[in-house]
Design a protein around this ligand. Structure first.
Ligand SMILES: Cc1cc2nc3c(=O)[nH]c(=O)nc-3n(C[C@H](O)[C@H](O)[C@H](O)COP(=O)(O)O)c2cc1C
Length: 195
């Protein structure tokens, strides 16, 4: 069984979101010692948002149903995961743009989802759940557009459950950042127990 860690913590070792992701993975590994943990680092990926040329190239492959090209490797990796944890800082009311470029690579008709004879999309991913972890400078409130979008994508991909954990207000002067992180860790521990 495999847990996929989608590491979109752009600030790497300075990232507070990464601290929470590491906590998730520590708890998860303690509970499931026989699981394989696979990490995909958004920082390390040589991907860009689709443009006319790259989209046409991909459309040609899709028309031939030729999924052997390495450009489909990320979609296959996602499809073949049994659990997913996605860590991304709260940027501009959502998440970093490079994560969107990654999700474009993963969203493939014929792989991550198919259309049935009625034209209804059917998700093809086997992951039971995706846990979304973020931290923010201020409050997120009802402007949780990154997580809302991920929830929609999970529905399309056939991932039935999503969980959310955050540490918020981390850039507000006077806020006890360490306490906010500890509180988020408690929530994350509960999520791992529920998985
Ligand atoms: C490019 C950028 C955009 C941001 N946009 C927001 C925002 O819209 N709302 C907010 O509350 N904080 C925003 N922040 C602050 C981050 O959410 C906050 O510092 C977060 O903890 C960063 O996560 P990290 O430590 O994992 O990098 C932004 C930070 C950056 C660098």
């Amino acid at each position: 069984m495999k847990l996929l860690f989608i590491d979109s913590c752009i600030r790497g070792p300075k990232s507070r979101t990464k601290i929470l992701c590491d906590h998730f993975i520590n708890k998860f590994t303690a509970k499931n010692p026989d699981w394989q943990i696979e990490r995909v680092s958004i920082n390390d990926l040589e991907i860009e948002a689709f443009d006319l040329k790259s989209l046409e190239e991909r459309n040609e492959l899709l028309a031939k149903k030729d999924f052997s090209d390495k450009s489909f490797d990320l979609a296959k990796q996602l499809m073949e995961s049994d659990q997913i944890v996605l860590g991304a800082p709260y940027w501009d009311l959502s998440f970093p743009a490079k994560l969107k470029a990654y999700l474009e690579q993963c969203s493939v008709t014929g792989l991550t989802y198919i259309y049935n004879e009625m034209g209804i999309p059917e998700g093809q991913c086997r992951a039971k759940a995706l846990t979304y972890i973020t931290t923010s400078g201020g409050p997120i409130g009802d402007m949780n557009y990154g997580y809302d979008y991920i929830k929609g994508l999970c529905k399309l991909f056939g991932i039935e459950k999503t969980y959310f954990a955050s540490a918020e207000m981390l850039d507000v002067i006077g806020v006890d950042v360490q306490q906010a992180i500890e509180d988020a860790k408690v929530k994350i521990t509960e999520i791992v127990e529920a998985l």
